[in-house]
Design a protein around this ligand. Structure first.
Ligand code: C2E
Ligand code: CA
Ligand code: CA
Ligand code: CA
Length: 278
């Protein structure tokens, strides 16, 4: 038994070494990708549930490495958070999204709001509001046309700092949205205490979302809480007409998901807008 235990341990540690090596490889490639501007943004439409009007777009980061190929944000965002690169990605995303918004405004392409993902880790940096303000000013877009999505991959530590940053962001007139609500670390106390104007129901709730099931009860309750706190409630990961119909019945404000569109590059988004009836 002793021998096999040792073998088991050896396999386990080899696997761990391999994973650690992968992480380091990825972290280095990511640093290079940020430096050489290999990241880009795609934009997913958000549609008003009742009227079908475009409410805005969410900017999502994409990375194609020349050697490693396409790497999903589900892989590189956690690496960035672990290796101290998440702030660089957040600022890069903000700059790129605001710059694109300014281009759309000049071209009179009607995109009311752009939402950018900022990690909860970044909110601990007291410089964040000032940096956001600088990026906004440089782009010339009005603050009402930018929303920050607070993404929590870890418990909000330094709650005081997060609150101060959140208040400063809201005071500038920028929107603040709680992302992935109902899973992981996002909590009801954050909802009550942070100056949020939007709540996004995590897309995992769309699994098993049926007319009378338990998931339906939970989603109904989340929408009621969000709306009673004066927030716009967004459902993400909406893929079917049936999900859309149910969400309309329970007064969800805004819909995001493959049912309307996947995240799109700039040209594809403009074509998508063009093809829509007003
Ligand atoms: P998220 O912020 O929750 O973004 C929504 C994710 O759901 C996106 O995945 C989007 O492509 C996907 N999605 C949208 N509609 C549907 C649908 O109908 N069905 C399904 N199955 N999926 C849908 P993506 O682009 O792979 O991004 C994954 C996560 O990576 C994001 O989740 C966000 O947390 C993070 N992320 C992406 N870009 C950035 C960024 O610039 N900064 C930070 N901090 N995080 C980012
Ligand atoms: Ca998001
Ligand atoms: Ca989300
Ligand atoms: Ca998510």
């Amino acid at each position: 038994a002793k021998n096999s235990d040792r073998n088991c341990y050896r396999f386990f540690s080899e696997e761990m070494n391999r994973q650690a090596a992968d992480q380091i490889l990825l972290a280095n490639a990511l640093k290079e990708a940020i430096r050489t501007d290999q990241l880009y943004l795609v934009y997913q439409p958000q549609v008003h549930a009742a009227t079908g009007r475009l409410e805005g777009v969410e900017a999502l980061a994409r990375w194609t490495d020349p050697a490693l190929g396409m790497i999903s944000p589900g892989r590189f965002i956690p690496v960035a958070e672990e290796t101290g690169q998440i702030e660089a990605i957040g600022l890069w995303s903000l700059r790129a999204a605001c710059r694109q918004m300014a281009i759309w405004m000049r071209a009179r392409i009607e995109i009311p709001v752009v939402s950018v993902n900022i990690s909860a880790l970044h909110f601990r940096n007291p410089d964040l509001p000032r940096l956001i303000g600088d990026i906004l000013n440089a782009s010339g877009i009005p603050p009402q046309r930018l929303t920050i999505e607070l993404t929590e991959s870890a418990m909000i530590e330094n709650y005081e700092q997060t609150l101060v940053a959140a208040q400063a962001i809201r005071a500038m007139g920028i929107g603040l949205s709680m992302d992935d609500f109902g899973t992981g670390f996002s909590s009801l106390s954050n909802l009550a205490n942070l100056p949020l104007n939007e709540l996004k129901i995590d897309r995992s709730f769309m699994d098993g979302f049926e007319p009378t099931g338990k998931v339906h009860s939970v989603v109904t309750a989340i929408i009621r809480i969000g709306r009673s706190l004066g927030m716009t409630v967004v459902a993400e990961g909406v893929e079917t007409q049936a999900q859309l119909d149910l969400l309309r019945q329970i007064n969800c404000d805004v819909i995001q998901g493959y049912f309307f569109s996947r995240p799109l590059g700039v040209q594809d988004l403009e074509a998508w807008l063009h093809a829509r009836p007003d």
